[in-house]
Design a protein. Structure first.
Length: 297
């Protein structure tokens, strides 16, 4: 058993240290670009390599066994210390990358919110808004119609059993404002075979950005006043627009098209010394009427 342990000490342990050291050196040398490893990996690999060499029987011929072992252990401790440093650096980079992914996802969601607001502005105002102030003001205006209906003259048995009244059924369709003229409450009107119709209007903010709607869509709550800003850096998005010139023979009611582009001005730092080399997130175009984003949909 002692002979076996001595063999392991003389040959197996040094071989493992030398192999591990060479592997670390090769890995460090082959990593390029964003995969570049910290210099501590190279130094640690060299320490492991020389620690293994000093523990070999061949090297023990030139140094006393005790001194050789001490030097080897010293290099081994140094390698382990540097190994922990490498782990810490890599873990830190991974944390930064994870946060970058989250930051990009939240930024994309904020840009999608702005795009939705611009689509609604185009739908109800015929053009895109030319500034954040104009867009936010529009979002608070009640512009989206919400039909209201109580009762149904077409399915009311009163009209089905009275042919003469059936001919006059359109007279039984009234709006809420007519209830006062008739001296009826809505409940009384329904009991007297009326159908009450009305149209109310709500804002884009109420329909698309209420906490209830955000929860239903599984997106984070947001105040519309926060929409012009990056959710992480707090920087204001860049807003560019080009207003097209109408030709002289254009109809008087024709509205000049507005091309817009909204851009995130915040490149995200991977660490304190490096910055991500990528296209800045944005949507829209100053050359065409589209609101396409430059992220993966």
């Amino acid at each position: 058993m002692k002979q076996f342990l001595r063999t392991v000490e003389q040959y197996v342990v040094p071989a493992l240290l030398i192999t591990t050291g060479i592997g670390a050196i090769i890995f460090y040398s082959s990593a390029k670009g964003l995969e570049t490893q910290p210099s501590e990996m190279l130094i640690g690999g060299l320490c492991l390599f020389f620690a293994g060499v000093m523990m070999t029987p061949f090297f023990n011929q030139f140094l006393k066994r005790g001194l050789s072992l001490v030097l080897g252990l010293f290099l081994l401790v140094g390698a382990l210390t540097l190994g922990y440093k490498v782990y810490d650096v890599i873990a830190s980079k991974n944390d930064h990358q994870t946060f970058k992914t989250l930051a990009d996802a939240n930024t994309v969601q904020r840009l999608k919110d702005l795009r939705l607001a611009q689509e609604q502005h185009k739908l109800y105002e015929n053009v895109y808004a030319k500034s954040f102030d104009e867009l936010l003001t529009f979002m608070k205006k009640p512009v989206i119609p919400v039909p209201y209906r109580n009762g149904n003259v077409m399915e009311n048995k009163f009209f089905q059993s009275n042919p003469e009244e059936m001919k006059r059924r359109d007279e039984y369709i009234i709006s809420k404002s007519q209830l006062g003229e008739l001296g009826l409450t809505e409940e009384q009107a329904i009991n007297n075979n009326y159908e009450v119709r009305d149209t109310t209007y709500i804002s884009v903010a109420s329909k698309f950005f209420s906490d209830e709607m955000r929860a239903r869509k599984k997106t984070s709550p947001v105040k519309i006043e926060e929409l012009p800003f990056n959710p992480h850096s707090g920087e204001r998005f860049r807003f560019d627009y080009e207003e097209q010139t109408l030709s002289e023979d254009a109809p008087e009611d024709r509205v000049a098209d507005v091309y817009i582009k909204i851009t995130d001005p915040t490149p995200f730092p991977v660490d304190q010394e490096d910055r991500v080399k990528k296209d800045t997130l944005s949507f829209g175009s100053l050359d065409a009427l589209n609101l396409d984003g430059n992220w993966r949909e």
